[in-house]
Design a protein around this ligand. Structure first.
Ligand SMILES: [Zn+2]
Ligand SMILES: [Zn+2]
Length: 182
């Protein structure tokens, strides 16, 4: 499975937006440029209007079942007025999807692109790879691009914290003795 293609750009950008709920305009533009988004510059006001959208994207990552992820992602396709078109920018340049016309402005395009990205992942049968970190209260989301698809933490740090906590719980259980023997 290829997770680094242009098709998946929207999913990677969705991850970034959810994990950066209050980004500055320059950071957002730099991220969008990394994924070849046209005219990626947004004003601070435009960046601010993406905040509720980030919350809606998050729900897809946090949903427990594929059906729920799909339902939420589908709602985002409608809400963002996502209309895929095949576009080429010159006679010898490759065709690629635009999910909203460039003239609609950066906010509308980011919404359509991120909705399409999550929808593509689910369409590819990889919806379960849209995850939120399993450490309680962490809140970071990610697209699991690991080969076996069994990554459950955003970082080694979160994995270690949970492992240490589980270890302590087990030790306490051992020291307390078997249940019902007091
Ligand atoms: Zn283009
Ligand atoms: Zn985490």
């Amino acid at each position: 499975m290829q997770f680094n293609t242009y098709t998946y750009a929207g999913a990677h950008i969705a991850v970034w937006i959810v994990n950066h709920p209050a980004p500055d305009a320059a950071a957002l533009a730099a991220t969008l440029r990394e994924y070849d988004v046209h005219e990626p510059t947004a004003t601070p006001a435009e960046v601010g209007t993406l905040r509720p959208w980030a919350q809606r994207l998050r729900v897809v990552f946090e949903a427990e079942t594929i059906a729920e992820k799909a339902r939420r992602a589908d709602e985002l396709l409608v809400a963002s007025d996502c209309r895929p078109r095949l576009v080429s920018h010159g006679p010898d340049l490759p065709f690629h999807f635009h999910y909203a016309p460039v003239r609609t402005g950066i906010v509308a395009r980011v919404k359509a692109l991120t909705a399409a990205g999550l929808a593509h992942v689910i369409d590819d049968g990889a919806g379960s790879r849209l995850r939120a970190c399993s450490r309680p209260l962490c809140g970071i989301v990610f697209l699991d691009i690991s080969r076996n698809g069994r990554r459950h933490f955003c970082s080694v740090r979160c994995a270690n914290q949970v492992n240490v906590a589980n270890h302590r719980t087990r030790r306490r259980a051992v020291f307390a003795g078997p249940p019902g023997r007091s």
